[in-house]
Design a protein around this ligand. Sequence first.
Ligand code: AMP
Length: 213
Amino acid sequence: MIFLGPPGAGKGTQARMVTEKYGFPQISTGDILRAAVKNGTEFGLKAKAAMDAGKLVSDDIVVGIVVERLANPDCGRGFILDGFPRTGGQAESLRQILERLKKKIDVVVDFAVGEDELIKRLTGRRTCKKCGMTYNIAFAPPAKEGICDKCGGELFRRDDDSEETVRARFKVYKDQSQELGKYYSVAGRYVRLDGVAGVDEIFGRIKEIVGEA
Ligand code: AMP
């Protein structure tokens, strides 16, 4: 499955829920890049400036990450691409990678959420350092401030969740990624979801989609 949509639309939250229920791994290029930055790898050093500015990391780097990740045996039964592809070039590379692996995309889910709602969500977002669970200090706070309800890990605010960077990320989405919806809507099974609905309601719809795939 591919999850498309602007930053903060709920792709990561839903991908984690799918992984928990069905076991398909969540492949988040954003998470992999953040780990690379933290560990100071060569990829990470190259990616950091673009990420801090809310811009896209080069196609070469992210495509390399995805090729490596898809070779992992845990992807054999299926996987969720969360935040990839984000450009036409990445979509074309993905087509070639999947052709080589003799795999196909069963469904593309496109999460629709407007800019003002995204700003509210992302500037209040807090992420667990340990398990990646996300909260929102305004409408979905943890029981204990700064601590993950699920695993007790420490919560932090992503560097790129400031209002200025969120606006830049949304602009990048509109300019470079939004058109992928059109690309996939003619290429196969494509479902556009209202990303403003509740988390459980959206997950209910995704379960139906997985069931039909
Ligand atoms: P995300 O966690 O998906 O919001 O990604 C965080 C940041 O990582 C983005 O703002 C980009 O700088 C970078 N990134 C993640 N996925 C991609 C991608 N597919 N192409 C280019 N840059 C990406």
